[in-house]
Design a protein around this ligand. Structure first.
Ligand code: ZN
Ligand code: ZN
Length: 385
């Protein structure tokens, strides 16, 4: 079974919604217009609407049949602080803001599925359409979970989808286990003792100490980690001093860690602290570590990943679903929902477009019917009558 015919019939309408959203991008937790747009559409379709979770979040509730279970389908709504470079007619009208990750398309595909499901109701159970704010770094998904989303709108399983540039339109990719990495940031302040650069023996040079720490941090990946595992520890900022002839009093290092395995993520803060404290002690300096835990890894439940792959195969056809994609080192806050309920996160091909977060990126409207058909087929198979 390919794309659902009824969904293909409103491709033009979905394209209009998508381009309207693209022209009016809003940053995380500021998605007021988008939230109202989504709520109005859902109400039009005859779907019960709840606004206000995590501020601009929207939940649509659609029940059909008797006592079937409930599932959650999630889309994200926020844009990025990027100046768009594309010159298509639907380019961003908001300076410095842009739908450069395709969340305009994600929102539209879920709306398309909602319209179809409200019309056909060929399922038994409850669908929760979850439109979350602030996926890009601000943790809107985490906030919805913290504010009791699953208590208010219980779901047996929860499902996510992201467009994927480089994967042909009409193809999908999904695997059991990790799909996206966890992301933690860290900041190390090294307190030395400032001195005249010509009299270094009178001070404790935090620049030299910082350089040793940057090198020592590389050993977390190369010497502490099982070589079969994946981990990135990158020092991305080294802020020190203002003058040619002054050894500064203190310096600041900042960086980021990316990892798939939650057990390894748990050890990172301690290992970074040991290195910073130990190296500082060796040189008579002291370290303060500010470790900022970010999104956990997005890890697919094995049996739900299989369900997602089978559904995608029904939509895309045999041989058009990659069941063994390499996980990506980017992070995704759908992980907070997947940590609460089993489910799977799938990539849908966006074709040969600029990559996500690129100023020339644009969501591929050809994908709309494929993605919406995936959602609808997932509901009709998971909540089959
Ligand atoms: Zn993004
Ligand atoms: Zn995204």
């Amino acid at each position: 079974m390919p794309i659902l015919n009824r969904i293909a019939e409103f491709h033009a309408e979905m394209t209009e919604w998508r381009r309207d959203l693209h022209a009016h991008p809003e940053l995380g937790f500021e998605e007021h217009r988008t939230s109202d747009f989504v709520a109005a559409k859902l109400r039009d379709f005859g779907i019960e609407v709840h606004q206000g979770l995590a501020g601009t979040g929207v939940i649509g509730v659609l029940k059909s049949g008797g006592s079937g279970p409930a599932i959650g389908l999630r889309a994200d709504m926020d844009a990025l602080p990027i100046q768009e470079k594309g010159d298509h007619p639907h380019r961003s009208q908001n300076a410095g803001k842009m739908h450069a990750c395709g969340h305009d398309g994600h929102t539209t595909m879920l709306l398309g599925a909602a319209k179809y499901l409200a019309e056909t109701r060929n399922f038994d159970g409850t669908v929760h359409f979850i439109f979350q704010p602030a996926e890009e770094g601000l943790g809107g998904g985490e906030k919805m979970v913290q504010e009791g989303m699953f208590e208010q709108f219980d779901c047996k399983t929860v499902w996510g989808m992201h467009n994927w540039p480089g994967l042909p339109v009409g193809e999908f990719a999904v695997a059991p286990g990790p799909m996206m990495a966890a992301r933690d940031n860290f900041e190390i302040t090294i307190q030395g003792r400032g001195a005249h650069a010509a009299m270094p023996h009178q001070g404790v040079d935090p620049v030299v100490v910082g350089a040793q720490i940057v090198l020592a941090l590389q050993t977390i990946t190369s010497r502490n980690l099982d070589p079969q595992e994946a981990l990135v520890v990158s020092v991305t900022q080294f802020h020190a001093g203002d003058a040619f002839n002054v050894i500064p009093d203190s310096i600041v290092l900042r960086g980021t860690c990316r990892v798939f395995n939650p057990k390894i993520q748990e050890t990172l803060e301690d290992r970074i602290r040991q290195i910073a404290d130990g190296v500082c002690a060796a040189f008579g300096a002291s370290a303060t570590l500010n470790y900022m835990k970010g999104y956990p890894a997005t890890v697919n439940d094995a049996s739900q990943a299989e369900v997602a792959a089978k559904v995608a195969e029904r939509v895309a056809g045999q041989g058009r679903v990659d069941r063994n994609p390499k996980p990506a080192m980017g992070a995704e806050d759908f992980s907070y929902m997947l940590n609460e309920r089993p489910g799977a996160y799938i990539w849908a091909g966006n074709g040969d477009t600029a990559g996500v977060h690129h100023p020339e990126y644009d969501f591929n409207d050809e994908l709309l019917t494929h993605g919406a058909s995936y959602w609808a087929t997932l509901v009709e198979t998971q909540l089959s009558k």
